[in-house]
Design a protein around this ligand. Structure first.
Ligand code: EPU
Length: 416
């Protein structure tokens, strides 16, 4: 991607549907011998990878605009080999969904963004707790059971994926399952709404415990994928880093509260007008002395790199601590090449902001870190080239077109 920076972004955008809400819903569709229709589904690589796995298992899948149709009536329980599973981390939740429907499943270890070790121990433990036997044969994780039985399981860490895994396995299990110390990220909440709409019986007992009464079967469903809170935050960062004025349609305000709180502390202003989020970043000028990523409703790890790029342009010293993933500061190297002054030690990053950014040739190493480099390019003087932007396109449906619509000067080099 080539970016010629230095112009404040101005204008209005509609936010795409959420990747991380869509992926487990697509996986969940195999639980039902029938149809799932997902509106507002983002057409991005990760959604295609998940859909490809389902097609390989006999699902009929097709698109009409941004509506994804899935017919799982002919699904069989095939093995999901490395070539499919390693394309993305969230392929692992198919294990719970397939065991839920067929009482057996086999999948290779999942892949995903390189942001530190990403174990799957709790994914497997929760399945075991529900009565599944798990073994590893030739690099495949094999799960089988006579029947899934409701049980109680407490997560060691609040994990989005492992919570979704537990839910998918428990929906059709016999009896009641209690999942304790769950993630309450919006993507878990949306999965529960989606499943309840099609006949599941899942309730929150409090902010972190979930109770699932197993049902015999699910029903066909049509569902609207919610807006992507991370894409919304990224585009607000694009406004902030260029000191522009960006308006977003299709945002759920309460899902980005922690972000907006930091934005205001930097000097950003916002209001809600006719359902749109109207932001004004002309006075963004204050460093953030301490910012920690946390589970929801705290500041999301997925917006840590975009925020780091913004803080690199704000005079004064900011400090970010990444508490969710061990190695999620990969964007810092590219930012440093563009003139940012960032010092990293373990899970801490200190940003000495305010030195002007200049264009450079940098490399995206993962999705959100790559997006952060694009934002930095929009603020930098001169030309920036972001290589490997296929990483970025795994999560952003039209990042180039969207930022261009806001007045950014950038193009996707399609020559490769
Ligand atoms: N963890 C374990 N064992 C497990 C599962 C997780 O130790 O069995 C640890 C992880 O290593 C990590 C922590 O628990 O330290 C939290 O990870 P979590 O499981 O919540 O992350 P995830 O489900 O793999 C999802 C999103 C990520 C997002 C994280 C945190 C999807 C497809 N991915 O990952 O999104 O960063 O939650 O909110 O939903 C992205 O979109 O760029 C992205 C990486």
């Amino acid at each position: 991607m080539r970016i010629w920076g230095g112009r404040p972004l101005e204008g209005s955008l509609r936010v795409q549907g959420s990747k991380n809400a869509a992926l487990p819903m697509i996986a969940a569709s195999v639980l039902h011998n029938g149809k799932t229709v997902l509106h507002n589904c983002p057409r991005i690589a990760d959604v295609d990878y998940m859909t490809d796995i389902l097609k390989m298992l006999g699902t009929k899948a097709w698109w009409e605009g941004n509506t994804l149709f899935l017919d799982c009536s002919q699904v069989f329980c095939g093995r999901i080999h490395k070539a499919y599973a390693q394309k993305m981390r969230s392929s692992i939740v198919l294990l719970g969904a397939l065991v839920g429907r067929f009482k057996k499943a086999a999948i290779a270890h999942p892949g995903g963004c390189v942001i530190g070790p990403r174990p799957i121990d709790m994914h497997l433990e929760v399945l075991r707790a529900l009565g599944t036997e798990i073994s590893e044969e030739d690099g495949m994780i094999c799960a089988k059971c006579r029947e899934l039985k409701g049980a109680s399981y407490r997560y060691r860490i609040r994990s989005v994926g492992a919570t979704q895994q537990g839910i998918l396995a428990a929906v059709l299990a016999k009896g009641t399952t209690r999942l304790l110390h769950c993630s309450s990220e919006p993507e878990v909440q949306w999965l529960i709404r989606f499943l309840n709409k099609r006949g599941a019986d899942i309730v929150w007992e409090n902010e972190e415990d979930i109770c699932i009464h197993g049902v015999n079967c699910l029903e066909d469903v049509e569902f609207e994928i919610p807006p992507d809170r991370i894409v919304a935050g990224t585009y607000l960062c694009a406004g902030a880093i260029t000191r522009g004025r960006v308006t977003l349609e299709n945002v759920i305000l309460e899902e980005i509260e922690a972000f907006l709180d930091v934005y205001q502390k930097m000097g950003g202003q916002y209001e809600v007008n006719s359902g749109k989020l109207v932001t004004d970043s002309r006075r963004v000028e204050l460093a953030i002395p301490y910012l920690e990523t946390e589970v929801y409703p705290g500041f999301p790890t997925d917006l840590q790199s975009p925020m780091m790029a913004v803080l690199a342009t704000v005079p004064g010293r900011s400090h970010i601590r990444e508490t969710i993933f061990e190695d999620r500061f990969k964007a810092a190297q590219g930012l440093q090449k563009m003139g940012a002054s960032i010092y990293i030690e373990g899970r801490d990053a200190w940003i000495e902001g305010g030195s002007p950014l200049h264009g450079a040739r940098v490399q995206a190493c993962e999705l959100r870190g790559g997006a952060a480099l694009v934002l930095a390019g929009l603020a930098a003087q001169g030309e920036t080239i972001v290589e490997n932007c296929e990483y970025i396109e795994r999560g952003y449906e039209h990042i180039c077109k969207d930022l261009f619509a806001l007045g950014g000067i950038l193009e996707r080099d399609t020559g490769r």
